[in-house]
Write a protein that binds this ligand. Sequence first.
Ligand SMILES: Nc1nc2c(c(=O)[nH]1)N[C@H]1C(S)=C(S)[C@@H](COP(=O)(O)OP(=O)(O)OC[C@H]3O[C@@H](n4cnc5c(=O)[nH]c(N)nc54)[C@H](O)[C@@H]3O)O[C@H]1N2
Ligand SMILES: Nc1nc2c(c(=O)[nH]1)N[C@H]1C(S)=C(S)[C@@H](COP(=O)(O)OP(=O)(O)OC[C@H]3O[C@@H](n4cnc5c(=O)[nH]c(N)nc54)[C@H](O)[C@@H]3O)O[C@H]1N2
Ligand SMILES: [Mo]
Length: 760
Amino acid sequence: MKKDVNPLTPLESKAPKLSKPKNSAAGIPALISTAKYGLGNMGVLNSLKNLAKVNDFDGFDCPGCAWPDPDNHRSFAEFCENGAKAVADEATKNRADNNFWSKWTVGELSQKSDHWLNSQGRITQPLVLMPGSEYYTPISWNDSFDIIADNLVSLKSPDEAVFYTSGRTSNEAAFLWQLLARRFGTNNLPDCSNMCHESSGVALTESIGIGKGTVTLDDFNSADLIIVVGQNPGTNHPRMLTALRDARKNGASVISVNPLTETGMKRFKHPQNPIEMFGLGSSIADKHLKVNINSDQALFRSFSKSIIESGNLDNEFISDYTNGYDDYRKLVLNTDLDEISEMTGISTDELIQVGEKISNSKATIVCWAMGITQHKNSVATIQEIVNFLLLGGNIGKPGAGVCPVRGHSNVQGDRTVGINHKPSTSFIDGLEKSTGIIAPIKHGYDSVEAVRAMESGDAKVFLAMGGNFVSAMSDTNRTSNALSKCQLTVHISTKPNRSHLVSGEIGLILPCLGRTEIDISPIGRQFVTVENSMGVVHSSKGTSKPASEYLISEPSIVSGIGGALETRLERSGIPWRNLSENYDLVRDLIEKTIPGFENYNQRITSKSGFYLPNPPKDNRTFKTKNALANFFCHDISCVSSSDKFMMMTIRSHDQYNTTIYGLDDRYRGIRNGRRVVLMNREDLVENDIKEGDLVDLSSDRESESVVSQSWYVVPYDIPRGNIATYFPESNVLIPLDSVADRSNTPTSKSVPIGIKKATN
Ligand SMILES: Nc1nc2c(c(=O)[nH]1)N[C@H]1C(S)=C(S)[C@@H](COP(=O)(O)OP(=O)(O)OC[C@H]3O[C@@H](n4cnc5c(=O)[nH]c(N)nc54)[C@H](O)[C@@H]3O)O[C@H]1N2
Ligand SMILES: Nc1nc2c(c(=O)[nH]1)N[C@H]1C(S)=C(S)[C@@H](COP(=O)(O)OP(=O)(O)OC[C@H]3O[C@@H](n4cnc5c(=O)[nH]c(N)nc54)[C@H](O)[C@@H]3O)O[C@H]1N2
Ligand SMILES: [Mo]
């Protein structure tokens, strides 16, 4: 039966409803949408209770995104529409309980849409899909741990197991998860970062010696210029709009660089400001550069050229703190602006004009997200952005710096506490000292490599701490085929998703407590900690009654597996049970393993948490090989194709990654449908295609072409030759082998696509 499972999202039969894209973000429609989704899922009382606790000092960290809260003040409901949706989605009254799982076969469920699957609600008890069975059936916690431990010890090598992590996982759960993997003997710790900000980590570590951003919220108030590139904050980091609005009020310029004119970058009506709510709102970007997909490296080269030619350089910073300037200068001065104009689609005159404005900035911040990290040349592009910032001494000074805007609410923390397939030797040393284990040194698989390993039989057990691997990864067919070859797949999850339907020989679903829920252990109430996009570690404490009496916390699940494994391997030494009952003990281990967490348990009691050290920001210390910030010289590249369209796969306003809340993308004026392809109007005329037509999209692999059928055409203001679709539906079109150089991130924002009118 499992062979019948169709991993593709079922086709939609109705055309979407289209209207004009919106001119301002948030405002009244956001409140209506929040209320609709919140009340529908949680009911009136629960909505009020839960939303009051989001990002409250004594509440839980918003599971929506990693954007920080102000350090010293938080207003009632420091939340946004999409944060509220994320909370409501977890706190839903609906239950995917035993009735649900006994009603539907796995084959039937796989014909349902992602939206439908998610709306079934919270999973209430551990479930198993045994070989030959068509139904998931209940299983006890202990039996699940035994199945996992038996399968793990049956492997020829620990490297046949893969421990995936999604970025909502707390520091405590993530630390235990990597301890479990390393105690077992493998660094196979792929995580959602591999598909997300891996390129930022690789590039920044080489350039400035830390794989994270170097700004705090305060810097937004003293910046002269903020460039937001490849990011859609109105939908994905709505609270960032407050920071941008305040920066504008303080005199900063904001430039948006994006193939689309995203609504959030136009105007913003702050949900807690009545004057803005009923008025025009605040304008956000004072300049929009409508670039071609993947032309950002070229664009930043032109910005560097303007700065060098203007002479507005920070010569002291360059000579005291950097390496490689002379070579970079030569390269930049040799660059032909007409060539850059050709690549970016921005006229040479406009490049010069914007370049002048940029050269006059005394303090510049560059923010970016997936529009920059998911291309073949992403690492080179990010290093070009850093080169540009170094020219003006924009690292380690107020109002300036790099700001890679993280996605998942704790993805940055997970990395900090050891979720990394390429751990540093200092981390491994720290872990050995703090726990007494002998940790493996050999690098493990990242997400793409994990798929290849499962495909070839080199990996046989796949365990996931959260997430939805089959839908999040590129090349849905290959990924699902790889997972179904495993002897065991295990998903620690809160809600049903497509990965549950593409199981190995045995499939386990282990449902856990969510962020919003009270976590009580035999010794008392526990809280977890998370790190936001700006390196602040703070606590998060659930406040609602758990969705089911059978749910246990993520740390308890990891400890359960750890304990069962320890018995079989006849080892002891990790006090799994104690760790799962008292998270202070986990934090003590983190403190002993990783620098920067001194007095963790004491400092975490501070309401706003504490900042982790950030040497480039703190005192212009660069922990690179040469102890300097580095200019890197890369050839400019920009993917293009004469006979194909360049596709970016983006998020709608009604989804959280692979979790689909609804079928609308309000800001872009697309309702009631997700299987859409956004195309330039002139391209439509040239290809004899009309609004609402159905087209088939195809992408080429070495030996074959993959066709994805029946996408509705939406005419849109997008550069010629560029198209956009929503992920995860379009992941089937992204070849597994199409990855970013050096970071191995799937190139989800630049996929060459053929378009034909649908044949059926
Ligand atoms: N509500 C909500 N919030 C979320 C998420 C969610 O799904 N829903 N996901 C979370 C996660 S994990 C992440 S990583 C972040 C993602 O946050 P974003 O990166 O904002 O998400 P995307 O929708 O992938 O948007 C990418 C943006 O880049 C633009 N873009 C695409 N290609 C290029 C390019 O080549 N150059 C330039 N300059 N721009 C380009 C697109 O037009 C789009 O505006 O959001 C986080 N927050
Ligand atoms: N084409 C394309 N593909 C992409 C992207 C893109 O832009 N384009 N973006 C990529 C990015 S940036 C990312 S981060 C990845 C996301 O990849 P993932 O992190 O793997 O995917 P999510 O959709 O965030 O995971 C959702 C599932 O997590 C589970 N979950 C939710 N809350 C919890 C919790 O508290 N604990 C546990 N244990 N489970 C929980 C639920 O069961 C839910 O179904 O996708 C990537 N894939
Ligand atoms: Mo992400």
